[in-house]
Structures are given as C-alpha cells and as structure tokens.
Design a protein around this ligand. Structure first.
Ligand code: ASP
Length: 354
C-alpha cells in the first residue's frame, strides 16, 4: 500500500515536472527575435561622405542585418545569426574586418574576432590572424571545437587548417582605400603635420559586430576587426577580448563594441554594461553610463550595440557617428550612420591618432 502511494507520488511529480518543462520551453520558444549590428564608430560626418559611398554602406548594413534576422526567423540560434550578419560585413571591402581590414605599421593584416553565447557563457576568440577570410567563423570554431577560449597568430591558423579552413592569400585583404590611409598616417607621423579633413576620414574605426536574441530567448554577441590602422605589429585590441569588446549573458545582456580598443579593455566595457544590467540598471542607462560618462571621462572614443533578454536595444556612441542597423522584436528595421535628432552632442571627436 505504502509502496503504491510512493510510486503514485513519484509519478505525479514526474508529470508536474514534465508539464513545467514543456510549458517553459513553449514560452521561451515563442520569443520574438531581434538583431542589432554595427559597422564601426568614429569621425563619420555627412560632409565627409560621398553619396555613393553612403549608399553602398547603407546597402551592406541592410544586407547584414537582414541576413541575421532571416536566420533567426528560420529558427537559427543567436550565435548563428550573429555569425551570418558579421560575414556579410567581413566580405565587403567597406568595413574594417575580413576583406577590408586595415594595415598594421608593417603594411600587413592582423585580424581579431570573438563570439559569445548568453546561455552557458561559452565563448571563442582569435587574435592576429592573417589568412582567414572570415575571422568570426574561426572564433566560433574555437568555441565549438576546442577546449580553449582564445587562440592567436600561427597557432590559431594551424587550428584553422586542421579544421578545414582555407588559407587566403594576403592579397585578398588589400584594398587601395586602406593602403592610402596607411600612407597618409605614416606621412603625417613623419611630418607631424596638423590634422586635415582627410585625416579625419582615417579615424573611422569600421570594426563590425552583431548582437542577437533568438526564438528560444538566448542572446549572443560577436565582433570582428582588422584593429587600428598603423597599429604596432602584435597589438591586440578589445575586439577579441571577452568582457572588453564582446560579452553575452542571458542573465543580463549582450554587447559588441567599437572604438579605441585600449580604453575599452581598461574599462572592461562590454562586461561593465552587462554587470550593471544584472544588478538592476535598465539596458539603455547602463550602456549610456559606460559610453557617455566613463569612456568620455577617460577620453576613450567609440560606441556599443547592446540588447537585453526582452529585446530592448541600445546603441550609444560618443564619437560623431556609428554605422548601425537593427530589426527589433516588432520586425521594424532601422539603419543609421550619423547622429540622429535627440542624440547627445558628440563628446569625443577625432581623438584617436592612428
Ligand atoms: N576596437 C577596435 C580595436 O581597437 C577598433 C574598432 O573598433 O574599429 O582594435
């Protein structure tokens, strides 16, 4: 008799548990997806942009955000959506990531990337890779197929070879725009001239990143970059550093940053924002405090894209502009380059000398 009651009780609790779990996954699988991307922050003004270039940049931002959003609608997880959105910008010569990566002081490319999942805090990153067409794909591979979080240089490329990645000829990453940019910076360095309007163009960062929320309510963030023009050989910025350039945690938010990396590392920008959210600060306020107060006081130019688990989006930047695009949980698309009405005045303009 007692045994029967015990069995019955255990059966009932199993059923309650099952119903509970099913109920939860049902609720979570119904999350409306959302995505936000950036293509870099910096001295981006209407006056310094040709109509053709602006149209091309807008078209690529649109293609990127739509690629990620479509993946989410098709049931892809947020990590996959982030990767696909970033791939579009890495394949374009217009952004400082993959194909359009900047040159270092030696006239070579050293690219960094990272990705992180909000569920479980899994992360992968690569630093200083030179022959990888899509560094974000390799960062993802480090996350999924190695026991490490970050691989760098020759070791990262050896891992890529073992994983079947094609090694790309450095010529693939040569763009005249970036080469001329390097020459101008070098000439200025030698002559110590005053800054010209053309130099202002060189202060576009153009790193790329994406943050997504999938149908299961999971967040992810990723960032990919060539770093900063004329950087010293071996320099690694914030983009591949988990907590600085990229962070995601389902308990708080997901962030991808762009800007003067050294400052973003010192102020642990991406984690700093998520930590504030976890402690109860609303997303927009947390992101704004770090970008418009802490970074401004430190003289660290740049911005972030951020999203919380409800799909709220924040895109603060303290420079003149930031390439950005989003599709929110209502399916509304927005693409912006410059400061919009209501945005605070740029606190930092062209601070970066690189
Ligand atoms: N944060 C990147 C770095 O310092 C540059 C950028 O955002 O464009 O490497």
């Amino acid at each position: 008799m007692h045994e029967n009651i015990a069995k019955l009780t255990s059966r009932i609790s199993q059923i309650i548990l099952l119903v509970g779990v099913l109920g939860m996954s049902q609720a979570v699988a119904n999350q409306k997806p959302a995505i936000v991307i950036h293509g870099g922050a910096g001295t981006i003004t209407k006056a310094s942009m040709s109509e053709d270039k602006e149209a091309a940049i807008r078209a690529t931002l649109e293609a990127s955000v739509k690629a990620g959003y479509q993946a989410l609608l098709d049931g892809a997880d947020s990590t996959d959506a982030v990767t696909r959105a970033i791939n579009v910008m890495e394949d374009s010569p217009l952004f400082n990531a993959g194909r359009g990566a900047v040159f270092n002081a030696e006239g070579k490319h050293e690219m960094d990337a990272s990705i992180m999942e909000g569920a479980g805090l899994n992360a992968g990153a690569v630093a200083s890779v030179a022959q990888i067409r899509n560094p974000i794909d390799l960062a993802l591979k480090v996350m999924t197929d190695s026991e490490h979080v970050m691989l760098m240089g020759a070791g990262a490329e050896e891992f890529a070879r073992q994983q079947g990645f094609e090694m790309v000829d450095p010529a693939y990453f040569h763009t005249d725009f970036r080469w001329q940019q390097l020459q101008r910076i070098k000439a200025k360095e030698v002559a110590r001239e005053t800054v010209t309007t053309q130099d202002q163009h060189d202060k576009w960062f153009s790193t790329v990143g994406a943050v997504a929320l999938d149908r299961h309510g999971n967040l992810a963030a990723g960032t990919s970059t060539g770093g900063t023009s004329n950087k010293r050989w071996g320099r690694v910025g914030d983009s591949p550093i988990i907590g600085a350039g990229t962070y995601a945690n389902n308990n708080s938010c997901a962030v991808s940053a762009t800007g003067h990396g050294e400052f973003f590392i010192r102020h642990v920008v991406a984690y700093n924002i998520c930590n504030r959210v976890e402690l109860g600060t609303p997303l927009a306020e947390a992101a704004d405090t770090v970008v418009s107060d802490i970074l401004v006081k430190a003289n660290g130019e740049g911005g972030v894209i951020a999203m919380d688990r409800q799909g709220n989006i924040a895109t603060p930047f303290n420079s003149e502009g930031m390439y950005r695009a989003s599709i929110n949980t209502a399916g509304e698309i927005s693409i912006s380059i410059y400061r919009e009405k209501g945005d605070p005045e740029p606190a930092l303009m062209g601070n970066v000398d690189h």
